[in-house]
Ligand binder design. Sequence first.
Ligand code: AQP
Length: 354
Amino acid sequence: MTEFKPLVFSGVQPTGNLHLGNYLGAIRKFVALQENNDCIYCVVDLHALTAQLVHEDMTTQIRSITAAFLAAGIDPKKHIVFNQSQVPQHAELAWIFNCVARIGWMNRMTQFKDKAGKDREQASLGLYAYPSLMAADILVYRATHVPVGEDQKQHLELARDIAMKFNLDFREKIMPTGLGVDITVGEEPVHAYFPMVEPLIDGPAPRVMSLKDGTKKMSKSDPSDLSRINLMDDQEAISKKIRKAKTDPDALPSEAEGLKGRPEADNLVGIFAALADRSKADVLAEFGGQQFSVFKPALIDLAVEVLAPINAEMRRLMEDPAHIDAVLRDGGERARARAEKTMNEVRDIIGFVR
Ligand code: AQP
């Protein structure tokens, strides 16, 4: 549908230890996409302020996410890797988008409701406006494709709504600039400045669940460290967490259908399948009828095999913070140049004097 030049953008918050959900749901896709696409990957440090303002280890966290990107195989020379706060154009476009987005749209965001909890009055304005900044992160590069986990689907729909409203509201101003692109949205032809971003959610593990509760997503902010496998976990920690992972008393089924109503079993089989690049059906063809006492050791071996090299490389990179900072500075410079081009065009479309 899109006639914009394809461009991949995605971001990860420096808010704690990266876990297997972040890796399988997002970072591994980032690595695969760089083969055939122009990609921009961002450590979204401004977003990290939304739920908690003061982070004692902000600098280390930014470096650690960058190290994870590089250790997983992202090439910062061919693509762009940077931290968001180096490119102030994200925040500038977010302000304009705050004026495009409607309160009613923001009120529907389930992640705000989840993260704000019961005491919504005490949540920051930033947490509420988070999806508008996320739309700006993507659209300040006029990116067309965004690899994310399933939890971000609603935010990407909002980004599309914001782009569409901007395109329609400024239609008459975009036309004479010659900066727009003719696209079709549904049946409708639209002369668009901003593309309708496509989420790239499909994959073997769009939603990795907690090891302690198969109905909750694996999350950095879960108070229990046993709920997640961190990319920095060593072999012993991985082994302990999988051994202690919640299961049910039954043997594994022989077909994927049999995982219905068994969230913990479904999650562990899904993790195995994603790590091994196999389907759940294929994994069950091998382990169907076996108890968890057989399956878990196989999962431990596989998880250690996949994660150990990433873990080792992250540790090596973290010993050279100057190198990581140089990668971010170089990426920041290149990202800023692209973002400023968009912002100059947006300023012209709106009619700001410059
Ligand atoms: N459990 C998950 N399964 C699959 N994908 C996931 N992602 C996060 N959790 C899972 C994806 O990882 C990318 C980076 O996420 P983020 O750190 O920017 O924000 P998040 O979604 O809020 O991640 P967390 O771990 O849940 O952090 P906290 O606890 O701080 O909220 C995104 O693409 C996300 O979809």
